[in-house]
Design a protein around this ligand. Structure first.
Ligand SMILES: [Zn+2]
Length: 286
């Protein structure tokens, strides 16, 4: 046992010289490349404990090599984290390609989506979400996907899903409905894609209401994409739908952070998605 301890100490306190290294005037080992010491003397009281007068030190080459190793390790951990976030965050791997980098630049709302990401801390603090609406093929899901990808690349957990999948999951859920919904509410950003496409059984509509209501109560932002127009949302077909749409639209608060969103309304909804800024700051007073 004592020998093992000595071996460990020896390892901690001894420096293995490279062929080009040399002993300096102070008796310490010096690096033959950068000519900086590879050893340092212990303070006298410590030297007594270790039974040696010196311990290894980093020369400049060793320091550079260590910093490069650490940077590579940090990059690898970052990539692992982003990979894991995207694996959990997207319900379809194709969404990983919906990025600002891949954007063709024709969508006038892309700037708004970029600003949303750049100002994420404010969006999070002020609980600001967006409603992207427009016809099929206008790219509203793509924009929401750009926001999701960009935030996950900053290691912020985002979940992008739709009610068809949520209702399936709820029906098959082993963990229980409440736990499933509170998991959705734990994501700093939740994106509900294709809102309004789900066909309404009473049970389904009740769950849709539950999810949106719970999300707003969690005080965290929500981004919604929909093929419905604002008129559709404002004039629902029945009370079950109006209860849900009111919940979405009562979050309208376009004056919030207006300076960040100079192009809130798009004039060509048949070509491009339009955006409504959502915030539930006024939720209880609206
Ligand atoms: Zn060196």
């Amino acid at each position: 046992m004592k020998n093992e301890i000595n071996a460990v100490l020896e390892n901690m306190t001894a420096t293995t010289p490279e062929p080009e290294d040399y002993t300096g005037e102070d008796g310490l080992l010096y690096c033959g490349k950068c000519r900086k010491p590879k050893e340092a003397y212990f303070a006298p009281d410590k030297a007594a404990i270790f039974g040696r007068d010196r311990h290894p030190a980093e020369c400049d080459c060793q320091k550079t090599a260590r910093e490069e190793r650490e940077a590579a390790e940090k990059r690898r951990r970052h990539l692992d984290t982003v990979e894991e976030l995207k694996r959990r965050g997207f319900t379809d791997p194709a969404m990983r390609d919906w990025t600002f980098e891949n954007d063709n630049g024709r969508n006038p709302q892309a700037g708004l989506a970029r600003r949303y990401v750049e100002h994420w801390e404010d969006m999070r603090t002020d609980n600001i979400g967006c409603l992207f609406w427009g016809g099929v093929g206008t790219g509203k899901s793509y924009l929401a996907g750009c926001i999701a990808n960009a935030l996950m690349e900053k290691e912020i957990p985002v979940h992008m899903t739709n009610f068809a999948l949520i209702l399936n999951d709820l029906a098959a859920s082993f963990e229980g409905r409440n736990e499933y919904i509170s998991r959705l509410c734990r994501y700093p950003l939740l994106i509900l894609d294709d809102f309004g496409m789900e066909r309404g059984t009473d049970y389904g509509l009740e769950q849709v209401f539950n999810v949106i209501d719970s999300r707003y109560r969690s005080g965290k932002p929500l981004i919604v994409t929909t093929n419905l127009t604002l008129d559709d949302l404002r004039n629902p077909e029945d009370t079950a739908h109006s209860r849900i749409y009111d919940l979405v639209l009562c979050q309208e608060k376009v004056q919030v952070k207006r300076e960040l969103f100079t192009s809130i309304f798009c004039l060509m909804p048949h070509l491009f998605p339009s955006v409504l800024i959502l915030s539930n700051i006024s939720f209880h007073t609206h």
